[in-house]
Structures are given as structure tokens and as C-alpha cells.
Write a protein that binds this ligand. Structure first.
Ligand SMILES: Nc1ncnc2c1ncn2[C@@H]1O[C@H](COP(=O)(O)OP(=O)(O)OP(=O)(O)O)[C@@H](O)[C@H]1O
Length: 262
């Protein structure tokens, strides 16, 4: 690709250019251009139906674009065309997604859940016989500390609060050391205190992973906002700092105004 030298200089992990995706003739994603930097924490907002989920689906290979390019810039400087890869291959490259509903093993302890996520074999039974290496143990300790679940390590995951379950799942993904982490409405259903802690957690990941957070809660976005991307009708309407975006008349009209009416 002619641009790759430029991309390396600017330390991008992902370049999305002119991407369009239609469902039954309706453009859920319409000429989307988007760039994600190494280690950046990006928030994606937009009204219902703006195309946020489809956008995430395109990155993870769950959905294929009709046209346009999705380029993953590997740390060794080589570019990969994500549209040519299957979902599991994209995941193996280090692109992970945290869905809203946690998929943890309720009857296993917090610690075991992280061990399970570390093992490359997908079978639960085999994973339980998986013996962690010294490095694995260190990595697990680091994850437990990051998600602040050290004291709950021996508790069955099913006994955790809603917020703690969400953090555990983020921890399970972190144990796999993703380069890009996509997080879908992490604060949904959380108490104010849990929401704030989730914000602190995401902020602590900045610089270590490239993170994209899709979120609706404006207070939460204000807490974690660095660069904010506003999606509208499958296209980037505005990108910038929280206040720039929040005070933009067009954004207010399509997003904030509509939310007020809702
Ligand atoms: N598989 C599909 N088949 C048909 N239409 C779809 C499909 N997926 C999404 N759409 C349509 O594309 C548009 C964008 O949907 P998408 O779920 O990506 O938006 P969103 O921003 O995530 O919305 P929300 O905030 O409500 O979750 C919507 O109008 C939706 O109805």
C-alpha cells in the first residue's frame, strides 16, 4: 500500500477508508473513514441506528464491507487487509471485543476464569488441566490488579456483582494481551460508583492497548473522553475533544437533541 510508510510514522493500528455496508439497500455504514492510533483510547458515540454495532462487526470480521478498505497495521510494520481474514484470524491478531453481556464461567473462580481465557485450547475441561507458567501467573496477577479483583480471586465468578463480572471479562480479554480492544457499552446497568471505576479502568489501559469504547452515557464519556468520534447515518459526523463535540450544533441536533426528546 502506498500509504504504509506514512502510517508507520504516525503509529496507527487501524485505517478504515471509504467503507460502505448496506443491508437490503440501506447503508448502515456509508463512506466511513476512521483511523485508530497506537495506545489510544477512543470513544464512539451516536444515536440509535447510527451504525456503531455494524462498525464494530466490520472490524472483527463478523460483517464484510461492500466496498472500502480495513487495514490493520501490525507492530512489525506490515499491513494486513482485514477484509480477507476470518473472524477467528482477526481475533488471533490481537483484536478483541467485549460484548455487553458477560460470558464468564459462573461456577469457576475469578482466578480460574482468567486461566481459562489464557489457554489456547477452547475446551473448558482441557483448560482446567492447563498448567500456568511462571509468566502466566505474573500476567494473571497483573490482570487481577488492573481490574481490582485481587481480593475476589477465589470467589466463584457467579457471586460477583454486575460491575465486577464486567471487569472480570475485561480482565479475561486483557490476559490475552490484545493490541486492539473493542468495548461495547461497558457502563450499561452499572451503579454510579461502578461506572466511575470502569472509567478509571479504561483510562489505565490507555497507552498499553488501543481501545475503542462504544457508549451512550454522556457523563461516562465525559469521564473517559480523549478523542471522541460521533457516528451518524453510518458516517463520521464529527471527531474531536469532548467539549468540541458536545458543543457542536450539528452533534447537538442529531444526538443530544434527540436524546432529550427520547
Ligand atoms: N443484519 C442486519 N440486517 C438488516 N439491517 C441491519 C442489520 N444490522 C444493522 N442493520 C441496520 O443498520 C442500521 C445501523 O445499525 P447498528 O446496529 O449498526 O446501529 P447502532 O448505532 O449500533 O444502533 P444502537 O445504538 O441502536 O445499537 C440500523 O438501521 C439497523 O436496523
Amino acid at each position: 500500500m502506498s500509504h504504509s510508510a506514512l502510517y508507520k510514522d504516525t503509529d496507527l493500528v487501524l485505517s478504515i477508508e471509504s467503507v460502505t455496508k448496506s443491508f437490503d439497500g440501506f447503508k448502515a455504514i456509508n463512506d466511513l473513514n476512521f483511523y485508530l492510533g497506537e495506545g489510544e483510547l477512543r470513544t464512539i458515540i451516536g444515536p440509535n441506528g447510527a451504525g456503531k454495532s455494524t462498525f464494530m462487526d466490520l472490524i472483527t470480521g463478523r460483517t464484510r464491507p461492500d466496498s472500502g478498505t480495513l487495514t490493520y497495521h501490525q507492530s512489525d510494520g506490515h499491513d494486513l487487509d482485514l477484509t480477507k481474514l476470518r473472524e477467528y484470524q482477526i481475533n488471533r491478531l490481537g483484536i478483541s471485543r467485549k460484548f455487553q453481556t458477560p460470558s464468564i464461567y459462573q461456577h469457576h473462580t475469578v482466578y480460574e476464569n482468567i486461566v481459562l481465557s489464557l489457554s489456547h485450547d477452547r475446551s473448558v475441561l482441557k483448560s482446567l488441566f492447563y498448567k500456568e507458567s511462571v509468566e502466566d501467573k505474573e500476567a494473571i496477577e497483573e490482570v487481577l490488579e488492573t481490574v481490582r479483583l485481587q481480593d475476589m480471586r477465589n470467589d466463584p465468578a457467579g457471586l460477583l456483582s454486575h460491575g465486577q463480572k464486567q471487569w472480570l471479562e475485561i480482565g479475561m480479554l486483557l490476559a490475552q494481551k490484545p493490541r486492539i480492544l473493542l468495548v461495547d457499552e461497558p457502563a450499561a446497568g452499572m451503579s454510579d460508583e461502578e461506572t466511575e471505576r470502569t472509567g478509571e479502568l479504561l483510562l489505565s489501559l490507555e497507552g498499553k492497548h488501543s481501545i475503542m469504547v462504544v457508549e451512550h452515557d454522556m457523563e461516562f464519556i465525559r469521564q473517559i473522553a480523549r478523542k471522541v468520534t460521533v457516528l451518524h447515518q453510518g458516517h463520521v459526523l464529527k471527531e474531536g475533544k469532548f467539549l468540541e463535540v458536545a458543543n457542536d450544533p450539528t452533534v447537538k441536533e442529531v444526538y443530544l437533541g434527540r436524546q432529550k426528546h427520547d
